[in-house]
Structures are given as structure tokens and as C-alpha cells.
Design a protein around this ligand. Structure first.
Ligand code: ZN
Length: 603
């Protein structure tokens, strides 16, 4: 493969039209006809997105002349044979305000490489040079650039020339340009930047202080040195948003502006805790998935779905450590950690899909199930994030039990880092099991059969008892009850229809109808609008109305299905005990206390 440079030019010519003009120049094009390819998906988000759909115009030139270019398949273009340096220029529409796409308007520019950069086929291993041009106009004079991409000829935080070793690196450095808040901190000597866009009133000093503790913890967790020279948190503060995407030396995060700490706020609120959990999650991915990665992703084939049975390792174990790191580095209390862990357990218990799909199957089918959820998902699938995190918990506590608290999941991750992450060697289906057996000092096949490949309940009550934590299950007080807190209900047994709904003017719209619930038995379906119970109008108060009836009562329910009124008789059931609360047991022996301190950290 040629080592010629591939040059990209990014012109933000029409921010008001949301159009990037991107050109790609190949010095030595394939003389038989150079092909160019646009990824169908972005690593970290397992859904076919066909970024080529946003290309609205494309042309090619070489030696001052136009070269014929035509579409070969949905993501690929072919140029007529030529021998001189070949430049393909395309206009890419960018109006996806998410961490996975590209967005351009008169207020800012954000892009992920897979959304905008063509790959020159056969030149993917060549070094890339990227000229980022400032949009023309006085209103763009104050715009700055934030990215983890290396600068070649650009002032710090400025427009100019950047470089990447190859196409894979090029598309792994999202770029933000515009007017944003910037703060810096160090963790283990590595410079970190927080880039915050959108209106906000966040206390940046506090963010720096807290994130530096957190990043320091993660770098030390993998026994340093950090695998990146610098790191950038690109954060967009919005009215309603939550999500993130990991990259090798940065992450893109979206949160609600209320999630960020205000200057006069001392406590870690639930919102801020979940924001810290998100940062922790994406940062842990710097090791787990960006470098310790499934063999199926080495290298990434971005033209089609690439299934792996291991997403529970990469997303589940990451989800386990994201919150655990917060308590271990002292950002939250043990009680606060147990509250979020109980909420994770609650989420698992709320869907009967966990009896039908294993976490390995959930990983494999992520492309067509987890990423394409519908009204039946709670009955059909299990999340490799949620269950994966709890399999990780069960694994951690089992390893502690088997080795008299000598070894644990941290050891497994460090071995995976040394054997797979550092040398860039993919993790095969059996490598995780082999490593775990090694750390356990015994064969854990039964654990894998049941927890990873099977659909049996995880033995969490028993395992948590080892570390002095009591698991209590109770009924949900409402569908907004996420668990983690004791109930303040004054009712005895609460009734339930077995539904998730959205209050709507004039009734309750059914979103999910759960397996074996009262609503399912009576024939109600997702999409139905319940308007009356026992002949009384429902007005955003459905749960309160139901709680006034004893379990076993038969009530008439009036509903619309596709605008046709019908009535059915529903026998109210007792709400399931699917809401988890975790409590620290006070009266524990020294050994249990030592186990708990080792698990949660000494803070
Ligand atoms: Zn993740």
C-alpha cells in the first residue's frame, strides 16, 4: 500500500445552509480508477447510518480537468482512470446534532470524521493532512477549534493544518469549532481540556477538580502511563440531552445544562452524578474498546454490520466501572453509589426480555435489536449495558469470593490491557474467559454458561452479602420510581396494569405492554389511549387511580385503538417486586468489612 499523503480540505463555506465542502486529494491515484468510500457506521455506535446519504454533490478533478466520477454502490464512488493527483470534492449536508454525526450552522460546527471524510480506497494507511478553514465573515472571527487531532501548522485552538497517521485515526478525532468555554487540568501529568458549548452557567473550576480526580483514578487503574498524549472532553450543554461517544483521545458528550454544577452548588446532585458517570464511562473506554477491542474490530470494516458477542465486555464492564470509579475516587458517597447500582438492578428487573435473550446474544444482535428498539423490546431483549454491568458486578464479587479477596475484576482488566490493549491485539471470544479463569484460579465455565450465555437470574443478593450489602426488592410506586430509595408508600399491596405509558391530554398512551401483565391479559396493546378506568376519566393520574383498588378488582377500561373506542375488563394484579434498594449492613465482621473496603475503596 502506498504511503503517500492524503490531503483533506474542510471548508465551512455555507454555515447557514449546513453544508461542509470537503475535498480529498490523492497524489498517486489508482491508475485503473480510484475509488472513494464513505463509512456506513461510526465506531462505538452499532447501527448502519449510511453517512453517504448526506453527500449532496460530488465532483472530481485532476491536472486542471474534470474527471468522471460515478456511484458504484451505496457508499462508494469510482473515478475514471487518471495518473495525475486527483481531487474529489463533495458537499456534505450536516444537520445531525448528536454525538455521532455532523452539525453546522452560524453558531458552531461539530463533526465526526465518518460523517464527512471520504476514504481513498487503498490509501487508508497513508498519513493524512487536514486543512481546516475558518468560515468567511466577521461573525466568525472569534471562532476557535477544539479537537484531539495533532496540529501541524495551526495556532493552539486555531484553524490551520492538522495531521493523522491514517484514515482510522483521522475519523477518531471529532472536531468542534465555534465560541465555547475552555478549561484545562492535568491528570497524572497528561494535559486534559474541557470544551463546553451551548449556554451554561457551569462551575468550570469544579468540573476540572472533579474530572481530574476521576481521570487520575482511571489512569492509575490501568497502572499507567496513559495511552494518550492529551485528552479532550467535548461537551454540549442542551435543554434535554444525554449521551456520549468515546474516541482514542477525546469524547463527545451531550448533557442537560442542569446536569452541570453551578458555582454555588456544593453537593453532588443526582443530575451531576449521572454526568460524572457519563464522563467516567467514556473515559474508561479510552482503554476498554478503543484499545482493548474485539478482534472483529481490528481493523474496523465500516461498510457493513460487524457483530461481536463481546459488547457486554466493552459496554457492560465499562458501565460497571463508570459509577464504581466515582465512589472509589471519593466523588460520591457509598450510599450514593449503592443508589445508582440499585437503579441499574431495577432496570434489569423491569423487562422479561432478560429471560429470552442472553447478554452474549444481545451483544451480537445489537445492530438489529438494541439499536432498533420498539414497543416490544422490554419483552424481547436485554441491554448489554445494564445486564453487562451486573454480570461484571457478579464476576467481580465471585472472583473476590473464590480468591479470599485476593484478586478481582480489576486484575482481569489489567491483564487484558497488557495482553491486548498495549500491543493492539484484538480480543477473541475466548480470551476474556481464559483471562477470567486464570485470575479465578479455577474454571468459571458454569458462571459463563449461566450469566453470559444463559438467561438465569444473577445471584446478586447472595454475592452482595459478601461485601456487607443487603439487596431489598419492593414494588414500584409509579413508573417514574427508578429504585435506589426506600419506599414511602402508605398503601399495602399496590396494583398494576403491567404497562409503561405517556400521559397525554385526555388519557394515557401505552408505550409498552408487558408480558403477562393485567393489560396484556385483557387485550390492551401498545399505542392504545386509555381514557377511563371504572368509568372515570383518566387525566395524567392513572397510577393514582389504580392504587385506590385492591389487588384482584375487576375494572372496566375504556380506550381508543387507532381512534376507535373499545372497552375491556381488566383484573388488577399486584405490582411486581422489581424495584431494588441496596443498604449497607452495619453489623458485619472484620472480614466482610475488609471485603467491602476493598470493593468500594477506602473513602
Ligand atoms: Zn459505552
Amino acid at each position: 500500500m502506498s504511503r503517500n499523503k492524503v490531503r483533506y480540505r474542510v471548508r465551512l463555506r455555507y454555515p447557514e445552509s449546513h453544508i461542509f465542502e470537503i475535498s480529498c486529494t490523492v497524489a498517486e491515484p489508482n491508475p485503473l480508477g480510484q475509488h472513494f468510500f464513505m463509512p456506513a457506521w461510526i465506531p462505538g455506535s452499532y447501527l448502519i447510518r449510511d453517512f453517504a446519504r448526506n453527500v449532496v454533490r460530488i465532483s472530481a478533478r485532476a491536472g486542471g480537468r474534470a474527471v468522471a466520477i460515478e456511484k458504484i454502490d451505496k457508499n462508494t464512488w469510482g473515478c475514471a482512470p487518471c495518473t495525475e493527483p486527483l481531487t474529489v470534492t463533495c458537499e456534505v449536508y450536516a444537520w445531525d446534532h448528536s454525538v455521532r454525526g455532523a452539525h453546522l450552522d452560524t453558531t458552531h460546527c461539530y463533526f465526526n470524521g465518518p460523517s464527512v471524510f471520504l476514504a481513498a480506497v487503498g490509501h487508508e494507511d497513508c498519513p493524512c493532512e487536514i486543512d481546516l478553514e475558518r468560515p468567511v465573515g466577521p461573525q466568525y472571527g472569534a471562532w476557535r477549534v477544539a479537537t484531539a487531532m495533532r496540529r501541524l501548522d495551526a495556532p493552539e485552538g486555531g484553524f490551520g493544518t492538522y495531521v493523522a497517521n491514517d484514515y482510522d485515526e483521522l475519523i477518531d478525532h471529532p472536531v468542534e469549532a465555534g465560541v465555547f468555554s475552555l478549561a484545562r487540568f492535568e491528570a497524572c501529568g497528561i494535559p486534559h481540556e474541557i470544551v463546553l458549548t451551548g449556554s451554561h452557567r457551569a462551575d468550570l473550576e469544579r468540573l476540572c477538580r472533579d474530572l481530574s480526580k476521576l481521570c487520575d483514578y482511571h489512569i492509575r487503574f490501568f497502572a499507567g502511563p496513559a495511552p494518550m498524549e492529551r485528552y479532550v472532553f467535548l461537551i454540549a450543554a442542551e435543554s434535554e440531552a444525554y449521551g456520549g461517544l468515546e474516541h482514542r483521545a477525546s469524547s463527545s458528550l451531550m448533557c442537560r445544562r442542569d446536569d452541570l454544577p453551578y458555582r454555588h452548588q456544593e453537593k453532588v446532585t443526582e443530575n451531576y452524578r449521572s454526568f460524572l458517570g457519563l464522563c467516567s464511562h467514556e473515559y474508561f473506554h479510552t482503554w476498554n474498546v478503543k484499545r482493548i477491542k474485539p478482534s472483529a474490530f481490528v481493523p474496523y470494516d465500516l461498510s457493513r454490520e460487524i457483530p461481536t458477542r463481546l459488547l457486554w465486555v466493552f459496554e457492560g464492564i465499562t458501565s460497571y466501572y463508570d459509577d464504581l470509579a466515582l465512589v472509589r475516587c471519593g466523588l460520591i458517597t457509598r450510599e450514593s453509589y449503592l443508589e445508582v447500582l440499585a437503579q441499574t438492578i431495577t432496570r434489569l428487573l423491569r423487562g422479561s426480555g432478560r429471560y429470552k435473550q442472553s447478554v452474549a446474544e444481545s451483544s451480537f444482535d445489537a445492530w438489529i435489536k438494541f439499536y432498533k428498539q420498539d414497543e416490544n423490546s422490554p419483552n424481547a431483549i436485554v441491554s448489554y449495558y445494564t445486564k453487562g454491568a451486573l454480570v461484571a458486578l457478579a464476576l467481580d464479587l465471585t472472583l473476590r469470593r473464590l480468591t479470599a479477596n485476593g484478586r478481582n475484576l480489576d486484575d482481569v482488566m489489567r491483564i487484558l490491557w497488557i495482553r491486548h490493549g498495549q500491543p493492539g491485539k484484538g480480543v477473541g471470544d475466548n480470551d476474556v474467559r481464559i483471562t477470567i479463569n486464570e485470575v479465578a484460579g479455577t474454571d468459571m465455565d458454569e458462571f459463563f454458561r449461566s450469566a453470559v450465555d444463559g438467561t438465569e437470574e444473577l445471584p446478586l443478593t447472595d454475592l452482595l452479602h459478601d461485601v456487607g450489602v443487603r439487596l431489598v426488592l419492593r414494588q414500584a410506586q409509579s413508573q417514574d420510581d427508578r429504585g435506589g430509595k426506600s419506599s414511602n408508600s402508605t398503601c399495602g399491596d399496590l396494583t398494576d396494569l403491567g404497562i409503561r405509558f405517556k400521559p397525554e391530554d385526555g388519557g394515557a398512551r401505552l408505550i409498552h405492554v408487558l408480558d403477562a401483565g393485567a393489560a396484556r391479559v385483557a387485550g390492551l396493546a401498545a399505542g392504545d389511549l386509555i381514557i377511563a378506568v371504572d368509568n372515570i376519566r383518566v387525566n395524567g393520574n392513572l397510577e393514582k387511580m389504580l392504587h385506590s383498588y385492591p389487588v384482584g378488582t375487576e375494572v372496566a377500561v375504556h380506550a381508543f385503538r387507532r381512534n376507535v373506542l373499545f372497552c375491556c375488563q381488566v383484573t388488577l394484579q399486584a405490582a411486581p417486586k422489581d424495584t431494588c434498594v441496596l443498604e449497607l449492613i452495619n453489623d458485619i465482621d472484620e472480614r466482610t468489612k475488609a471485603n467491602r473496603d476493598s470493593w468500594l475503596g477506602e473513602h
